[in-house]
Design a protein around this ligand. Sequence first.
Ligand code: P6P
Length: 334
Amino acid sequence: MNDVITIHRHIMTAQRDHPEARGDLSLLLSTMATAAKVISQNVNKAGLLQQMVLGSSGVTNVQGEEQKKLDALANDVIRDAFDHSGAVAGFASEEEDGYHVVPANLVRGRYVILTDPLDGSSNIDANVSIGTIVAIYKKVSTGPEVTGEDFLQPGRKLVAAGYAVYGSSTMLVYTTGKRVDGFTLDPGIGEFLLSHPDLRAPEQCKCYSVNERNSRLWDAPTRRYVAHVRDSDDPRYKGTSARYIGSLVADFHRNLLYGGVFLYPTDSKSPEGKLRLMYEANPLAFIAEAAGQSATTGQQRILDVQPTALHQRVPLVIGNRAEVELYERMIAEG
Ligand code: P6P
């Protein structure tokens, strides 16, 4: 087992660099891994248990979207795992209207969790990769219970962020800000094993990823930018392909590994953008920056946005730093 590095061993080794650490963050990262294993198990058998986990739950979530049974299952798995971790004081999710306070009969900790439990779940019936996104902050309110301010911290205050992607294999990718490490689930032993140590995104723009059906709704600079990537003779885009899965975590993960840029810009149909700041854009931007990439609304870096509402949406352009900076320049030129 000497060359097999499990996520738990990796986390504990990393903790040794922080003598002041009490082990709570390590516990949270391990909790995230455990939750991802349980969700993976359910996602991977979804096709076999149609009546149990696929299809609509008959419930419409806070977003006004039809909640899939798997969305609700993933949400409950994550909330219960962190509730019982002993390191968390509160939790918020795309699937719940407001934030959740860890019950007083459980041990409350110093951290708060925000999550998109199962992003892209509308794709699961077609066996398309989907994902779970987790953001971890320190609790900042001083009372015994979390308050709204704990869940409206800018992305720069993130302590850690991670995502699981349920695809041809299940991977878990996380950062505590300095580096990004990727782990692949070995279902034979039920362990996440280190497969992508110290991930650095390639500089090449291998893919651009956007729903071009919306191009008639975009502002002029966005149309100009996408046309530039698609049509210009700039040698930078010689090997560039269009790739759009329609599942944020899958599109982001591919661009992290291969290099590229993903856009869900503002448009006349979604003037605030479609994707959520607190549990989609911020955690992925935190990971992107730790891997040498960047993320912007077009007007400002995602991690600098001062949140005003738990479920607020933002325009998101995320990926290679050169692409993000070019997009920002084009937006500034108007
Ligand atoms: P559209 C999935 O529904 C999702 O929230 C993200 O995972 C994905 O990037 C986006 O919406 C796709 O949106 O409008 O292109 O179908």
